[in-house]
Design a protein around this ligand. Sequence first.
Ligand SMILES: O=C(O)CCC(=O)C(=O)O
Length: 265
Amino acid sequence: MDQMTKPIELKDLQESYARDGVVLLKSILSDDWLSKLQDAVDTEVTKGDRYFAYKNMRENPGTFQDYCLTSDIGQRVAEVSGSPWTSLIYDQIFVKEPGTRTQTGWHTDQPYWPVAGPIMTMWIALDPVDPDNGALEFVRGSHAWGAKYRPFKTDQQGGFLHYLEEDNPDYIDMPDFEADRAQYDIFHFENMKPGDALAFDGMTVHSAMGNRTSTRRRRGYAIRFAVEGATYEPRDSVTEWLHDDSLKPGAPFAGGRFPIIYETA
Ligand SMILES: O=C(O)CCC(=O)C(=O)O
């Protein structure tokens, strides 16, 4: 059975999440889900696609769909965000194979999706994760800056290629966080264990280190959730892969392709 978050921890988690835009949740998977998700990822990546191109597996029957719909993950999202409901946006696999030197460029997630308002990603470690094999890094508190950073196209490994939507005045170019690291409060969580998860806001600036090991894969399974206040905002070619014409622009981000998976009674 999945573990429940204890109320005392929950208050701390909620405060950290609101302050930092990211929080570490320890051991959220049962052994059974961990081994099923590890197997499902291994099967999926035999397709040999780019490291970030495995998306929306949960729309097909199988382990990813079962996990999203029947585990306690939706409840955890609702608890940490303090939302009375949560709906699924999509899921994604990120496998950094040994020897993947490229750092995933600094970015925020929200501009790539047709959602306005609060979003939470649950990034679940399926291997031990540390700075050697591809830890995620975050700019503390950046979700609260109110800055909307322009989406951009990347190479096969997630490195920056060029901006998209250059003429959209809603967005500003990303500062060079990497060049100016000392100016920002950049941090990562040490030694994540398989089954630990990072819950982070769709506006939190983050990146992922390269995998400089020669033997240790780094498998991550990310699920994106909308919570109370999130609305459907289809934009253009950048977000159209997640459009659903059954939702009206400005309506709550729930229903159609994006089922509510948890709701408080
Ligand atoms: O896991 C990674 O390598 C990158 C994850 C990421 O950037 C994301 O989940 O938005």
